[in-house]
Design a protein around this ligand. Structure first.
Ligand SMILES: NC(=O)c1ccc[n+]([C@@H]2O[C@H](COP(=O)([O-])OP(=O)(O)OC[C@H]3O[C@@H](n4cnc5c(N)ncnc54)[C@H](OP(=O)(O)O)[C@@H]3O)[C@@H](O)[C@H]2O)c1
Length: 240
């Protein structure tokens, strides 16, 4: 179990991030970032989690987060890039440019800028970690969510470069690939999917085992198919 760390987790107001924040807050100082002030205040009142209200779509606010963390939590040792959105989008529609920018900003640019802005702090610690939450759609797309797929592919690829660049440092880099989970991420029917609380528990188990890539539930099967039967995975996900 991770303990005595100072952890910044984005997208901690709802879904997987919220459950992860609650579990981690048992033995760590957790800073929960999101836009939903009330949800973050509830986490503070119930679990002693520190709220940090910010909109990752806004690059000035992303820079503010970096400045605030550098000023207030110089002991920061873990960054979890969990916040994400998923939009159904038709690229043939001329009015989709704002939606494209928004999704790339929240899912890829903001995590990347947070990493770059917080690495100087993380590298000062005895040991530290960057954890990026991606998706099996990074490896094999779903046709209705092209920018989501591409943003997660970019984050997946960046995670690998980052791991190479930090290989001789005290900062470990971990990728988490959750399965379809019962959260508000998409409008898909997820009633038979695992709960966010279960997924959060599996993430902690993977971290305990020091795995570089933590694939959970159906995502483990997805990874296996990606390697050995990619056409089957493509057929399974394309219209999922
Ligand atoms: N659920 C799945 O099936 C699934 C599968 C694979 C991967 N994932 C990945 O897992 C991660 C968590 O997803 P989830 O299912 O838990 O989603 P969720 O329940 O919709 O929660 C998303 C979180 O991201 C935050 N967020 C969204 N836009 C933001 C913005 N502009 N600024 C700051 N925070 C923002 C939300 O906070 P506010 O509302 O407070 O802004 C919320 O806390 C995502 O990266 C997702 O891509 C999910």
């Amino acid at each position: 179990m991770m303990k005595s760390q100072t952890i910044l987790i984005t997208g901690a107001s709802h879904g997987i991030g919220r459950e992860l924040a609650i579990l981690l807050a048992r033995q760590n100082k957790v800073i929960a970032l999101g836009r939903d002030r009330q949800a973050l205040t509830d986490l503070q009142n119930l679990y002693g989690i520190i709220p940090l209200v910010a909109d990752l779509e806004n690059s000035a606010q992303v820079n503010n987060v970096i400045n605030t963390v550098n000023a207030r939590w110089q002991e920061l040792s873990v960054l979890i890039n969990n916040a994400g959105i998923q939009q159904p989008l038709q690229l043939s529609k001329m009015d989709s440019s704002a939606a494209i920018t928004k999704e790339m900003q929240i899912n890829f640019l903001a995590p990347t800028i947070l990493i770059a802005g917080l690495l100087p702090l993380l590298q000062q610690q005895y040991s530290a970690r960057v954890i990026n939450i991606t998706s099996i759609l990074a490896l094999s797309p779903k046709q209705s969510t092209p920018i989501y797929n591409a943003s997660k592919a970019a984050l997946h690829n960046l995670t690998q470069s980052l791991r190479q660049q930090l290989a001789n440092t005290t900062v470990r880099v971990t990728e988490v690939i959750p399965p379809v989970t019962q959260t508000g991420l998409s409008s898909a029917d997820t009633k038979n999917a695992p709960s966010a609380a279960w997924v959060a528990e599996q993430i902690l188990k993977g971290l305990e085992k020091q795995q570089n890539q933590i694939a959970i539930g159906q995502a483990r099967l997805g990874l296996w198919l990606h390697r050995w039967a990619p056409a089957l995975l493509r057929a399974k996900l394309l219209n999922s």
